[in-house]
Design a protein around this ligand. Structure first.
Ligand SMILES: Cc1ncc(COP(=O)(O)O)c(C=O)c1O
Length: 374
């Protein structure tokens, strides 16, 4: 059997990794400034993470959601404290798309309505409603296109107002910093206005924090830069540092009932321990503050490079905008400089999403390599 050929692959075969360094099958070291699509939050094979997972595996890897699992309760408590979201309840699942799928479903259950508002260049995953809310025609099958979704330009308050006041919208979903799209952000004014309009029009505000959450933006959640309170917050990526886990934080004003949501694997013992150990390391090593400080340093260093048109993003969720397409530059960075970086839907943006415990020295190495290739 062959693999279903959907991924264009770089010719690199990583076999081990530690911190920000990835080593391939020829013993070549690479610096990882991409974290496998923003997944590696506390560094590859962090010793605390590895120990916690090994210890748990020795005890028990999995049992289903039919029995008590105190690890889920411990995780919800710790997550509530660290994220300052104690008035939410946690539902655990396995990926970002599944998190958003459940968030959109909850919006519809809660309001009894069916239309979703999402934004241009947004990305929310590849499941049914999540992909329909994603602004990419090519990844929407005819089946997905049956969903009622209106995609609006970001930061157009009048356009948004005209749609939400029609009264049929169950949920509004947006990223605090667009990841796949290319690091565009809602303004403070826009995010605050849509939060207000959602309340006034009985629509559920869903903050897709799958990529921007867990400290990456320099605050625990990206929406926390905007002084608003979403009804549902979706999480995944950095949450498990590579262990597949996702979830939604649902405001306690939205009530649960038995059977409303469910999953076989979601919230299993290993996933809970992976996430708990990420939270422990974020706290112990003060990594959210590190992300914030290094984001500032990154901006200073980027300002020294005339080819950089603009730095986009916050914390360690960053993009460098050029006036040329970055595909060739990424190839040079990977094959000549041995560094992983990311691309975006906006082909002029080079995405930088390293582990939150990188240092200024790492960024100095990155900028030296970048200058050499420009
Ligand atoms: C903001 C955002 N939401 C959702 C997803 C989907 O997550 P997953 O690939 O885990 O399904 C992604 C993935 O890139 C994302 O960036």
């Amino acid at each position: 059997m062959n693999l279903f050929d959907v991924y264009p692959l770089y010719d690199v075969t990583p076999v081990s990794a530690k911190g920000i360094v990835v080593i391939d099958d020829k013993d070549q070291e690479y610096l990882d400034f991409y974290g496998g699509h923003a997944v590696i939050s506390i560094g590859h094979s962090h010793p605390h993470y590895v120990k916690r997972l090994k210890d748990q595996l020795d005890k028990m890897g999995f049992y289903s959601n039919a029995v008590q699992n105190p690890l889920q309760v411990e995780l919800a408590t710790k997550l509530g404290q660290l994220s300052d979201c104690e008035d939410y309840n946690l539902f655990l699942c396995n990926s970002g798309a599944e998190a958003n799928e459940n968030a959109l479903k909850m919006a519809s259950f809660h309001t009894g309505k069916t239309r979703i508002i999402a934004f241009k260049n947004g990305f929310h995953g590849r499941t049914s409603a999540a992909v329909a809310a994603t602004d990419n025609e090519k990844i929407n099958a005819p089946l997905n296109k049956q969903q009622k979704v209106t995609i609006l330009p970001l930061n157009d308050i009048d356009g948004f107002t005209n749609e939400i006041i029609k009264g049929d919208v169950c949920g509004v979903i947006l990223e605090a910093i667009q990841g796949v799209g290319g690091l565009d952000e809602p303004t403070n004014e826009f995010y605050q206005k849509i939060a207000l309009l959602c309340k006034e029009n009985n629509a559920v505000l869903i903050a897709d924090e799958v990529q921007s959450g867990f400290g990456r933006s320099g605050k625990f959640f990206g929406f926390q830069h905007h002084d608003i309170q979403p009804d549902i917050i979706s999480i995944a990526k950095g949450m498990g540092n590579g262990f597949p886990v996702g979830g939604i934080l649902i405001h306690e004003s939205i009530k649960a009932s038995y059977g409303l949501l469910g999953t076989t694997f979601g919230g299993n013992h290993l996933a809970c321990v992976a996430t708990l150990s990420v939270l422990e390391v974020l706290e112990e090593e003060n990594l959210i503050e590190n992300a914030s400080q290094l984001g500032i340093y990154f901006n200073e260093k980027a300002a020294e490079i005339p080819d950089v048109k603009r730095v986009k993003g916050k914390g360690l969720m960053l993009g460098l905008e050029f006036d040329f397409e970055v595909a060739e530059l990424r190839k040079k960075l990977i094959y000549d400089q041995h560094m992983f970086t990311g691309g975006a839907k906006d082909k002029h943006v080079l995405r930088i999403l390293p582990a939150l415990n990188i240092t200024k020295d790492h960024l100095d190495i990155f900028f030296k390599a970048l200058k050499a290739e420009l």
